[in-house]
Write a protein that binds this ligand. Structure first.
Ligand SMILES: [Zn+2]
Length: 357
């Protein structure tokens, strides 16, 4: 007599059981009462505002527009060259695409703007404050309009801060917000494949950058499009000398506190001076639990109950668990060939921000 065990179905049952238990534990631990969240703190308001910040990068028409706009032939030619010349066996094709996009975006596509130049050709502009956009007619999703006046001819020049990534494919200029916004759209178009592979990274000390999930390197990789920097999470603390309090990542399915990954101990601004880290974790947990529920609802539209739980396990629970284990600046070492101090922006501007190294 022999006992046959169906290991595949046993494994599935264990996965489903684990996923259900995990969701139940997280639901119990997270607050469901929105009044418990301390909305008055700017860090928490920023998290709230950016919860769905990746949605514009999933719009098929926007992704098509991005592919139509960039010089695909040139990018792929350079990707093939990078692949031929590569000596790192861990890097895969997508990694070369990302490396080439960083180069292309900074050197061939987008332009940094400190202040706009005048029609008379003079770059000598005085900041005259900001204006609000017309909220009824704002297809470029302009947040504010910076107003400048030319010292040479007195002409007034406006610099709208655009948030619509598709509009940025046309204007191709701005500061770190515009850079990351437009870069992420092209990145998603090139490597996203509809999966949760891109991440917007927000810093409370007025900088943003991004990450992508590298299948070759098996981790979320830091990218700074403004500086064309790849996988240098200590760039800000070690090279710029920047002091920071909070760094938070937003991807489709997960919000994550990345402060440990990006901030070294000596550059860490005491988080409690800004807002109690427990309050920040509470709001992050709230949205992460909400995402689990939303993901299940979406999966159930096209899959069976068991398939939906298995997808939740593979697509969200496993990646979250894996990443939480590896989050720390301890393992990162800044590369020696990075220049000291921030490369984008004028010398005065970077010095005023404490980013000059
Ligand atoms: Zn002028």
């Amino acid at each position: 007599m022999s006992t046959s065990i169906d290991y595949a179905s046993l494994k599935d049952r264990l996965i489903i059981e684990y996923a259900k238990r995990k969701v139940s534990i997280e639901k119990k631990a997270a607050t469901t009462n929105l009044h418990e969240i301390q909305w008055s703190f700017p860090v928490i308001q920023s998290i709230y505002r950016q919860v769905d910040c990746l949605a514009p990068y999933k719009d098929p028409a926007a992704l098509d527009k991005a592919l139509d706009t960039i010089d695909l032939a040139k990018i792929y030619e350079n990707v093939e060259r990078r692949e031929r010349e590569n000596t790192n066996p861990k890097l895969k094709y997508d990694d070369f695409v990302v490396l080439e996009l960083l180069r292309y975006f900074k050197h061939d596509f987008f332009t940094w703007v400190n202040s706009p130049s005048c029609q008379c050709g003079s770059p000598d502009m005085v900041n005259r404050g900001i204006k609000r956009p017309d909220s009824a007619n704002n297809p470029d999703l302009v947040s504010i309009i910076e107003v400048y006046q030319c010292r040479n001819c007195n002409h007034t020049v406006e610099f709208p801060r655009i948030n619509n990534p598709v509009s940025l494919l046309r204007t191709r200029k701005g500061r770190c917000g515009e850079w990351v916004n437009c870069f992420l759209l092209i990145l998603e178009a090139l490597i996203g494949e509809g999966k949760d592979r891109i991440r917007y990274v927000w810093n409370n000390e007025d900088h943003v950058w991004c990450e992508y999930y590298s299948n070759g390197l098996e981790k979320w990789v830091h990218l700074d499009p403004c500086e064309a920097v790849f996988d240098e999470p200590l760039l800000y603390c070690e090279n710029w000398g920047k002091r920071m309090s909070y760094v938070i990542g937003f991807n489709m399915n997960t919000i994550i506190d990345l402060s440990q990954k990006y901030i070294t101990k000596d550059k860490q601004i005491d988080q409690s001076d800004i807002v109690d880290p427990k309050k920040v974790q509470k709001v992050i947990n709230f949205y992460n639990v909400k995402r689990l529920g939303e993901y299940l609802v979406k999966e159930r539209l096209t899959h069976t109950e068991n398939e939906s739980w298995k997808a939740l396990y593979t697509d969200i629970i496993v990646p979250r668990n894996r990443e939480h284990k590896g989050l720390s600046t301890d393992k990162a070492t800044p590369s020696s060939d990075l220049p000291t101090g921030r490369q984008t922006g004028s010398a005065e501007w970077t010095k005023a921000r404490g980013e000059d190294g």
